[in-house]
Design a binder for this molecule. Sequence first.
Ligand code: AKG
Ligand code: FE2
Length: 298
Amino acid sequence: MHLRDNRFEQELLKVQRHREYRKKIISNYQPLHRELYTMHAVNFFVPSFLKAINDNTKESLRSIMIEPSPGVYTFEMLQPHFCELLLSEVENFERWVHETKFRIMRPNTMNKYGAVLDDFGLETMLDKLMEDFICPISRVFFPEVGGSTLDSHHGFVVEYGMDRDVDLGFHVDDSEVTLNVCLGKQFSGGELFFRGIRCDNHVHSGTEQEEILDYSHVPGRAVLHRGRHRHGARATTSGRRVNLLLWCRSSVFRELKKYQKEFSSWCGECQREKKERQLLAVGATKLELLNRLQKSTS
Ligand SMILES: O=C(O)CCC(=O)C(=O)O
Ligand SMILES: [Fe+2]
């Protein structure tokens, strides 16, 4: 068997196993707040957010946004009541996990706590959230990384506190666009820090002064950024912080990226290198012209 076939088989097996895992949870876990499992926009979102999405113009979306650093957008999004319900649903799920001793998968390798919302029945609702409420925004603000063609997601909550994860290391997300909304509860610390957008080749390169941003989470308030925007979360020093994360992906963008390797217009370092090459080229042309002028006048 070819290596490629083998890898394909393994991938298929993984998908099948995950499907079984999900089925097992969903057929055994009893949701506490059924109203969370289908999209009820009026109950979920604050009126300013709903209006901007309904108007669906660049201006209306801009009007609810703050952009504290290029490429990081924050806006009021979730109603306090929705945050409370989701927090209580997650607690209920965790109680069930504890009581049944079900071995759950964590959201990713960086977290010891937290839960994948897609795994216990919230996938359809989160798909709608991405399609109808995030895509209209990312289409306008992140078109160069597939913001208009988001077609799959990974939805989860992260939990920080003294008896949970404390902080989150510097990383990039496996997403084109990431939505991060604070659900509560009461906490201090836990700031998000950003350090500029980078492609695979430049992910470890230095940071420019203007790329540095520290953002303090506010319950109900969303942060939207490119997955390739380098970031991390500082220690939550007291209380408990829970955030909803939606890593949104575009298969179209991922396919296109394979054929467009040498220059990523969205990477800060690629842009700087391009500018430097242009400056060098301009300098060389000037020198050449000067040489010719000198020759013709001597
Ligand atoms: O804790 C946070 O707010 C950041 C979480 C995050 O960046 C992630 O899970 O990818
Ligand atoms: Fe992240």
